[in-house]
Design a protein around this ligand. Structure first.
Ligand code: F6R
Length: 243
């Protein structure tokens, strides 16, 4: 595991974009696993800039996102489909048919989850998976649990996640309480993992996840066993590492 400590969010976004750009240069037809949330917004902004100003091309890239809220349509402005188009896909030369997220309105959740897992297999697996970390240690929407999940599944969001994300919705009851998420197994099968964390709200959980026991109670702790993980985190998120 490599830990890259940076001074601030701006540098974090640039370092993360460097790693994603390197993956795209290494294999222009790579499969990128992507995340949403506040953390990667700056990274996407930097990738858009490199696409528009420096010719970094996504024309052959394929993407699979970690998760999607269950019950939100793709044109809902809180869906992760909407987020990805808003922050990345609409601004770069990626083919929309090469971008994939679970369908929040899928009629049959189990069929949707199995199809998503098969899609990842058909694409040949994920070359680089981008992750944020929830305050409770979730990755994707894999919440603290009794065992590590394997494949894409439906999940009930915990109160910690609802508290963290309700601000994006008009009110808490407008926020879906269920989501589709890649499993911990789906994430761990990625060839490389890039986890980003910034701010003091992530300090405690980052320390637990990276130095504590490997346990499904802290889902991100499983990353200690992955052979190729890079963490890019700012001073605030790494504050407890020196103590
Ligand atoms: C998003 C995702 C989540 C977030 C996590 C952190 O697709 O899967 O695991 O990465 O909730 O969210 P932020 O970045 O908003 O702190």
């Amino acid at each position: 595991m490599r830990i890259i400590k940076v001074d601030n969010y701006n540098v974090l976004s640039k370092r993360a974009a460097d790693i994603i750009a390197a993956q795209v240069l290494l294999k222009p037809s790579c499969v990128l696993g992507l995340a949403t949330g506040a953390t990667p917004e700056g990274t996407y902004q930097e990738l858009v800039r490199r696409n528009q100003e420096e010719g970094l091309s996504f024309s052959e890239v394929k993407t699979v996102n970690l998760d999607e809220y269950k019950g939100l349509s793709r044109d809902s402005n809180q869906s992760y489909y909407y987020y990805m188009n808003q922050h990345l896909f609409s601004h770069v030369d990626i083919s929309k048919e090469n971008t994939h997220l679970p369908d929040g309105l899928a009629e049959n959740a189990q069929v949707e989850c199995e199809a998503y897992e098969q899609l990842m297999n058909r694409l040949g697996g994920i070359d680089l998976q981008l992750l944020g970390i929830g305050r409770n240690g979730h990755i994707g929407f894999n919440e603290p649990d009794e065992s590590f999940t394997n494949t894409t599944h439906t999940v009930a969001l915990t109160q910690s996640t609802i508290d963290a994300n309700a601000k994006y919705f008009e009110s808490e009851d407008k926020m879906p309480h269920f989501a589709f998420t890649m499993g911990i197994g789906s994430i761990m099968r990625a060839r490389k993992i890039l986890l980003l964390a910034n701010g003091d709200t992530k300090a405690q959980i980052l320390k637990e996840a990276l130095t504590g026991p490997v346990t499904p109670k802290v889902p991100a702790s499983i990353l200690q066993l992955h052979p190729d993980v890079t963490i890019v985190a700012d001073i605030q998120a790494l504050a407890l590492f020196d103590k």
